[in-house]
Design a protein around this ligand. Structure first.
Ligand SMILES: *Cc1c(COP(=O)(O)O)cnc(C)c1O
Length: 235
């Protein structure tokens, strides 16, 4: 299957899932997760009409960037953890950072964005399951973090994202549903005080149909679009 065919199939699946859920399909964006894949596949997806991309390492995207800098209409989001020493290049290279989970990172990003004369939309990454390998904010800390970030001049929190425990196949997608419901509840509860909080970045290749039923506004799809990822080269 070509990337163009995969894209078409995914768009159809998203459209049908929205129809079943009584949602307008313009409310769900498909993010192409191009991490680990060579930049040529990203260019192929763009040629097939894809505009929103997610990369999960700053360094990897910095290497790809010269090949995609001319794509004026493409948008690139960081969807992997952001180390302190990468804040400036991240603010430079990406249109949005979807994985902020501390005030310190938010402050650094706001300063970096100010120096670049831009305002960055960000998502807060929430940790809803106890696996200790995962990044993300404890949901109990969300209201205080939102209040603390509000005054920062060069970032705007536009939503929440989470990564539920790994599902190995679409048959296991139901296990993700309670995490999606939890994230949506957090967004809804905090929207009164923070009306810009509208986005829900939930759903990956195996569970995006469930995520759409639970209110996803962005599904982040890698394998189902680009095929299985090659393993990362050892450094
Ligand atoms: C890799 C990745 C994805 C895509 O996962 P697939 O299962 O390939 O669709 C989505 N979100 C994040 C944060 C990722 O790191």
């Amino acid at each position: 299957m070509s990337i163009a065919e995969n894209l078409q199939r995914l768009q159809n699946q998203i459209h049908d899932a929205c129809a079943r859920a009584g949602r307008d399909s313009s409310g769900v964006s498909l993010m192409a997760v191009s991490k680990v894949h060579p930049v040529e596949l990203l260019l192929e997806a763009h040629a097939a009409g894809q505009r929103l991309f997610g990369e999960n390492r700053v360094q990897e995207f910095a290497e790809k960037f010269p090949s995609v800098a001319h794509l004026q209409d493409a948008r690139f989001h960081l969807i992997g953890p952001l180390q302190n020493n990468k804040t400036t290049p991240a603010a430079q290279l990406f249109h949005a950072i979807d994985t902020v989970d501390s005030l310190k990172t938010a402050q650094r990003l706001s300063s970096a964005a100010a120096a670049l004369n831009k305002t960055l939309p960000i998502l807060l990454e929430i940790k809803l399951s106890p696996e200790d390998t995962k990044h993300g904010l404890d949901p109990a800390e969300l209201p205080a973090l939102l209040d603390a970030i509000s005054p920062l001049p060069n970032i705007t929190v536009v939503g929440l994202m989470t990564i539920p425990p790994y599902t190995a196949s679409p048959e296991e997608a139901e296990t993700a549903r309670p995490y999606f419901q939890h994230l949506r509840r957090l967004r809804d509860e905090n929207q009164r005080l923070h009306p810009a909080l509208t986005e829900l970045s939930i759903g990956m290749s195996n569970d995006f149909l469930v995520a759409i039923e639970e209110g996803s506004t962005t599904v982040r799809v890698g394998n189902a679009l680009f095929g299985k990822r090659p393993s990362r080269p050892t450094p």
